[in-house]
Write a protein that binds this ligand. Structure first.
Ligand SMILES: *Cc1c(COP(=O)(O)O)cnc(C)c1O
Length: 395
């Protein structure tokens, strides 16, 4: 997954251009910046390459989720369906918007299932935050159909799936609004950064305004701008955007290497009868940042994890057992614990998050391991993994 593995002169030159010729702020200062507009440049590349009508860069993937939700009209008291297998930001953004997260079941795509979404819908449901975990999504035509049928907003957290497509259409563009993360370990890195993507001009306008104190971004005099709405500051800096300009151009190469490395591991693993694989909706066109696979039981999964670790294979993740990506071990979410009183505490009939059960998701995640796919692997690095598989898996 990590684009930082390909950092070289290109990123350095882009940042140097901002420091030597341009300016650090992404808007205005036309007289200081000598025509250097890195955030705009990266936005235009994203729009052209996905394609999508509008891309708006912000300071992180978490900011992108927050901005996307507000811009799509999701706010206080609205229910938003989320998966229990996700990065915690996709839940935090809902809570901080004053909305109510509703956990629904995933299937073997490791994403929300259309049936899981449908079962979680209530009269208060405003949207779904559909998370494309570990490089690929679900059957997005079916997911979109369920959302349209119930007239709810489909928001896509594509933070881990940059560059992936399904039926030729980019993940992140199947719903009304999508988000990317360009943090330090993502497929494309800005150091820190993120993007809101949408074909809906009203959502785009609300997004760029909300991310910059409501500024309308019309004209070249910031002091003369009007403020159609209130907002906050989720802006990206030109230095971060400059890193992204170089990284985005490497995306085809990143995806090509990931897909090749993943294929080498997966085809070797396929010979072991006890191993099954994640259901991938469009395998040739996924991001391939991870190889996710299942064992028959939780006990066997823990044994295989220990075996791979003992063989010195790094970055094998058992999400069900660690504290990173699964609701089961998120005690702060189960207790809805913030530093101060949260908006959700004002809602009398909110769910009791300590009692949320997702048994179908548990049954899948307790048997799932994910192996990070690196860009820098040599043939020897791959061979080391194949040798470990031969020792750890049953024929
Ligand atoms: C990384 C990530 C985020 C948040 O992105 P940041 O840029 O780190 O704030 C949100 N959702 C998912 C699924 C992620 O992997």
């Amino acid at each position: 997954m990590p684009g930082f593995e390909l950092f070289d002169e290109h990123e350095k030159q882009q940042v140097a251009e901002v420091m030597e010729k341009g300016f650090t702020f992404r808007y205005n200062f036309d007289g200081l910046r000598n025509g250097v507009w890195k955030a705009r440049e990266m936005e235009q590349m994203i729009q052209r390459d996905l394609p999508v009508k509008h891309a708006h860069l912000v300071s992180s993937g978490t900011s992108a989720l927050t901005v996307a939700m507000a811009a799509a009209g999701i706010g206080a008291g609205d229910e938003v369906i989320v998966p229990p297998f996700t990065f915690v930001a996709s839940v935090e953004a809902i809570v901080l918007a004053g909305a109510i997260p509703v956990f629904a079941e995933i299937d073997e795509t490791l994403c929300l299932s259309p049936e899981g979404i449908e079962a979680a819908i209530t009269p208060r449901t405003k949207g779904v935050n559909f998370v494309h975990m570990c490089g690929s999504g679900g059957y997005m035509d079916k997911v979109r159909a369920v959302c349209d049928k119930h007239n709810i907003i489909l928001m896509e957290d594509a933070c881990q799936a940059t560059g992936a497509t399904y039926q030729g259409r980019a993940l992140g563009t199947w719903g009304q609004v999508g988000t990317f993360s360009f943090d330090s370990v993502k497929t494309v890195s800005c150091g820190e950064g993120g993007a809101v993507i949408t074909d809906d001009t009203a959502i785009y306008d609300a997004a760029h305004q909300y991310s910059d104190h409501g500024h309308d971004h019309i004209g070249s005099d910031r002091g003369a701008e009007t403020h159609p709405i209130m907002g906050a500051n989720y802006r990206i800096s030109e230095m971060n955007a400059a890193v992204g300009v170089a990284q985005w151009q490497k995306l085809p190469r990143i995806l090509e290497i990931q897909r090749r490395n993943k294929k080498a591991l997966k085809s070797a693993m396929a010979q072991y009868a006890e191993v099954s694989f994640r259901d991938i909706a469009d395998e040739a066109n996924e991001n391939a940042g991870f190889l996710s696979f299942m064992l028959p039981t939780e006990v066997r999964t823990r044994e295989v994890l220990a075996g791979l670790q003992a063989a010195g294979i790094p970055a094998v993740f058992y999400w069900y057992g660690n504290n990173w990506h699964y609701l089961k071990n998120w005690h702060h979410i189960q207790q809805m614990k913030g530093p101060a009183k949260l908006p959700i505490e004002l809602i009398a009939d909110r769910p009791d998050y300590s009692q949320v059960k997702t048994p179908k998701s548990d049954a899948i995640m307790s048997r799932t391991l994910s192996m990070l796919i690196n860009l820098s692997w040599t043939d020897a690095d791959i061979q080391k993994r194949l040798d470990a598989f031969a020792n750890v898996f049953k024929k």
